[in-house]
Design a protein around this ligand. Structure first.
Ligand SMILES: Cc1ncc(COP(=O)(O)O)c(C=O)c1O
Length: 450
């Protein structure tokens, strides 16, 4: 196995191009002790071997996806400037690139106008959405499903707003009847619809939630941190597609370029449909904002300093792989979904495994078959270890038993949760690696101590 290094020569060429813009300055060479740096860097290289191989198709576990080489290079290139996208004073070019890249993301959801920016990640982006929602609905309750990311209850705690979890149906989507029952009691300010849950990639029933918004009037936020980009994909099941078709109708939306957008970590994105929420961010800063009367991103963001490099990397990636329904980027995501469907079918047709339902996106949940749920949990944990020893890296997921009783009526549930295996097939290459992944899974299942 060789790491991709061919593209590194482009970095030197691009650095020389960037240097032209500063050629008029007097010569300046910061001291570098390359001998000592080499020693330390090689030590770093040794230390970094203690990682799972996230970049390799045999890593099919957690939500971890390698950045595109163009994102890596553009990020590195901008490190020679190290722009700060808080203010135009700290990152003029990268702030403009951020505005353009974010507008393209908004456009992907059909928004011609919006307010938005990049953030450190999904947590910070969701914090902003719920902070704005809380300012518009002070003291009112925030609802999200029991399968929503834990960040929503924690953010509500930070914002000192009441939070309640709405039960899910057997497909791990928000249960609409339960949501309506709660809405009838009143005092709900915000509903969070998860578009691609962290555990199973389930997509909450957005058309039905939108109908309830018309009836009960609340602010609707979509946490599409994981699933947002699948709006571009044309091979989703009809019910899932129906949710994506209405995504542009929510009030705010989070999508994480550092999940499915091929970006290095440190890149989330928050978007508001109504740009006028910008007034809520108003603050006075005596230090910044003096070089231009144009919008400084720090004026519409909770974070102060932010990596301009993230914007540069995202802009470059979107330039290379435009986010269109027919483009290479969309095809890559469609192939992840297909890889998940294929693995699901293989598992479903093998009597040694238990499956649940067709994956809505690219996450497959399964477990070795046993009669009792505690035995299923034990076998899942064993299979996780055995597969890793065969260099196939999966993840584990604690599935609430209550959501499984209808799906697995033959199982005796003797605990509140069942440990299952979880595989996020986030790399387009996962489809062509299916045979090898399946063979390693079979070898691992054969080696299981039943
Ligand atoms: C649906 C969803 N929302 C929010 C988050 C939190 O995002 P981050 O880890 O970037 O802070 C995650 C992370 O997995 C997620 O899957």
């Amino acid at each position: 196995m060789k790491l991709e290094t061919n593209s590194l020569s482009l970095l030197t060429e691009a650095l020389e191009r960037m240097e032209h813009g500063f050629a008029h300055l007097p010569d300046f060479h910061p001291a570098t002790d390359t001998h000592s740096m080499r020693r330390v860097l090689l030590e770093v290289a040794e230390r970094m071997q203690d990682n799972y191989p996230y970049f390799h198709p045999l890593y099919a576990g957690q939500m971890l996806k390698p950045p595109h080489p163009i994102a890596r290079l553009a990020y590195m290139l901008s490190m020679w400037i190290n722009p700060n996208n808080h203010a135009l004073d700290g990152g003029r070019a990268s702030s403009q690139m951020e505005k353009e890249a974010v507008a393209e993301i908004a456009h992907m959801f059909g928004w011609e106008t919006h307010l938005g920016h990049l953030a450190a990640g999904g947590t910070m982006a969701n914090l902003e959405a719920l902070w704005v929602s809380g300012k518009l609905n002070p003291g009112k309750t925030i609802l999200a499903s029991t399968q929503a990311h834990y960040t929503h209850s924690r953010i509500s705690e930070v914002l000192q707003l009441p939070f309640e979890a709405i039960p899910c149906d057997h497909r791990a989507r928000m249960d609409i009847a339960a949501l309506e029952e709660r809405l009838r009691k009143g005092d709900v300010g915000t509903v969070v619809a998860t578009i691609g849950t962290t555990g199973t990639g389930a997509v909450d029933p957005l058309p039905e939630i939108l109908e309830l918004r018309d009836k009960y009037g609340f602010r609707l936020h979509a946490d599409a941190a994981y699933g947002g980009y699948f709006v571009l994909v044309d091979n989703l099941a009809a019910r899932t597609r129906a949710a994506y078709n209405r995504l542009g109708e929510v009030d705010s939306l989070v999508v994480d370029p550092h999940k499915h957008g091929l970006q290095p970590y440190g890149c989330g994105c928050i978007l508001f449909r109504d740009p006028s929420v910008g007034v809520l961010y108003k603050h006075d800063s005596p230090y910044t904002y003096f070089s231009s009367s144009k919008l400084h991103l720090g004026e519409i963001s909770l974070e102060c300093s932010r990596a301009g490099a993230s914007a540069v990397a995202l802009w470059a990636t979107q330039r290379l792989l435009p986010m269109t329904r027919e483009g290479e980027f969309a095809r890559g995501l469609a192939s992840c979904h297909e890889a998940a469907l294929r693995l699901y079918t293989q598992l479903h047709n093998d009597s040694r495994f238990l499956t649940m339902y067709h994956p809505e996106l690219d996450i497959v949940i399964f477990a070795p078959r046993a009669e009792k749920s505690s035995d299923i949990s034990r076998l899942s944990a064993e299979l996780f270890e055995v597969a890793a020893s065969h260099d196939l890296h999966l993840a584990l997921f604690s599935y609430p038993s209550v959501l499984l009783r209808d799906t697995w009526p033959q199982i005796a549930f003797d605990g509140d949760v069942v440990e299952c295996l979880r595989s996020c097939l986030m790399k387009p290459e996962h489809l062509e690696w299916n045979d090898q992944i399946w063979k390693l899974l079979m070898d691992s299942a054969d080696a299981l101590n039943r």
